[in-house]
Design a protein around this ligand. Sequence first.
Ligand code: HEC
Ligand code: HEC
Length: 333
Amino acid sequence: MKLQRIFVCGVAGIVLAGGRLLAADGNPTNAAAATAAVYVPDTSHQNDPLPDGVLAWNSLTQDATVAADAGNAHFVFSFTNIATVHETALVTNVTTVTNITAVTNSFFFWFKKISSVTNFSTATSITTNNVTKPVPVAFLEVHPGCQCTTTELPPLPWIIPAGTNAQFGVAVNLAGRTGMQVKTVNVKTDKGFKQLILKINILPPVVPTQSDADRAHALEMAKADRQTVFQGDCATCHVKPGTGKYGKPLSDAVCAICHESKTRASMVPDLHNIKTPTNVDFWQTWIAHGKAGSLMPAFSTADGGPLSDMQIASLAGYLNMAIPSQTAPPPAQ
Ligand code: HEC
Ligand code: HEC
């Protein structure tokens, strides 16, 4: 009974609104059939949270697990524009109006004193203000939370036509990063903003193992030429892990392999127990030039090594801080 009343009320509302609108605008079909204008996004809502029911995302948070030397992680965010607005529209073929005629004597209509509903029973088209119409959504700005993150999408504003599916790429540069990384991308649309989250689990580097024979052979080669360690197969373990890294991750990749190894040869000294005073210049010099006639290679490109001046400066700065000088510098003259 209650449902029936709501139905009747709704239809009556449509009919009455229709009656008024039809009267005000003699030819409502023109409005409905007008050619769609170029979509001009309204920028006033770009800082409001994006309401539900505007974009249906494949997921707002994406996870990836990558190898230590992956270099970057790539994601695709896919979504469907399901945005709608309520608006006035023309409804034709109004056969249900005859139902109203049948209930005009009900208590409800009597109470509301709507006695002229039957007048509309002959109408063939009416206007209702309760029609949902799909609308475009415009991407106004896209801001990655980190310089390491880049987005791949069309020029902004990017207009997503009503009801369509679209996608864009996000790439995270993982150079110099280890462990769990959480990155964000903030998307501002004309309907509100949304934060997308990327979780990247960088696996620990695979610890290289060598047979005793290989190691002995490597030692012979390094004794003949200490720079051999940067060449051929040797580079797989001694150079590649440091590519694009700076500071601690670089030290862990290219210095620790010799100096922190528990099984290192006796001629490889413990950097935490250096007998002379140390400072940034000390580290810089040792890293850049190593020591001729020893197994300590020269890392600077000028000396045939693999590290840029910036990488060496980052290492010297990091190690000078991480390993305090064990002995006081000699008194100034
Ligand atoms: C599979 C990875 C791997 C490769 C390939 C490799 N090394 Fe090494 N290297 C190591 C590790 C790990 C250490 C640390 C010592 C240890 O625990 O074995 C090391 C240590 C060294 C040392 C210090 C001395 C020592 O044995 O402790 C020298 C010198 C050296 N490598 C030279 C070379 C040369 C030259 C080559 C190429 C012929 C080479 N390495 C190839 C992994 C590798
Ligand atoms: C291939 C193995 C190897 C690698 C890789 C290596 N070193 Fe060395 N390093 C040595 C050896 C061997 C010595 C001893 C040199 C000598 O005979 O005096 C040494 C000596 C040193 C010394 C002098 C220590 C002292 O007691 O005076 C410093 C400092 C040093 N290395 C820093 C580094 C840094 C920083 C890195 C990374 C950029 C690095 N080393 C990479 C083998 C290595």
